[in-house]
Ligand binder design. Structure first.
Ligand SMILES: [Zn+2]
Length: 100
C-alpha cells in the first residue's frame, strides 16, 4: 500500500461521513414539510457534515512524517481521492507513489 492510497483511504472515509450528513440534511428538510419533528434529522445531518469537515483539517496524516494533510487532501482532486498532480508530500517531500 503506497502513501497515496493511505491518504485516499482517509479522505474517502471523511468524505463519506460528510456526504452522508448532507444527504441526511436534505432528507430531513424534505420530511420536515410533512412532520416538523423530522427537522431534527436535518440538524443531525448538518452537525455530522460540520464535524466531518472540521475533523478533516486535523486528520489524514502522511504515513511517513505523520503531519496532517487536512486542507491539501480535502480540497484537491476528486470527491474521494487526492489530485493525481500531487506527486510528493508537501511536508516531508516523500514520493507519495512509494510504499508507506
Ligand atoms: Zn509526509
Amino acid at each position: 500500500m503506497n502513501v497515496r492510497s493511505v491518504i485516499n483511504k482517509g479522505k474517502r472515509r471523511i468524505s463519506l461521513v460528510a456526504y452522508l450528513g448532507v444527504a441526511l440534511f436534505f432528507v430531513g428538510i424534505l420530511l420536515s414539510l410533512i412532520n416538523r419533528d423530522m427537522f431534527t434529522l436535518a440538524l443531525i445531518g448538518f452537525c455530522l457534515t460540520l464535524v466531518a469537515m472540521v475533523y478533516a483539517f486535523f486528520a489524514i496524516p502522511c504515513p511517513r512524517c505523520r503531519t496532517a494533510w487536512g486542507y491539501v487532501a480535502m480540497y484537491s482532486g476528486g470527491l474521494f481521492s487526492i489530485s493525481k498532480k500531487i506527486k510528493f508530500c508537501p511536508y516531508c517531500g516523500v514520493d507519495i507513489d512509494s510504499d508507506a
